[in-house]
Write a protein that binds this ligand. Sequence first.
Ligand SMILES: [Zn+2]
Length: 64
Amino acid sequence: MNLIEYKARERGIEVEQRDERGTSSSCSVCGHEDEDSRIERGLWKCDRCGVVAHGDVNGADSIR
Ligand SMILES: [Zn+2]
């Protein structure tokens, strides 16, 4: 438990943490997983299906 989570629970706040690494490195279209496909924060390019998307959007789709 990190400090932020501890402080939050102290106040009765549930902290939901999602691992953005995993979702951001997998394609929301074909599911291809490749750390290298993430060009930079906010930009994703898939080597398999060639889709180019904003990393945040891609990650959100994967979570959903
Ligand atoms: Zn893909």
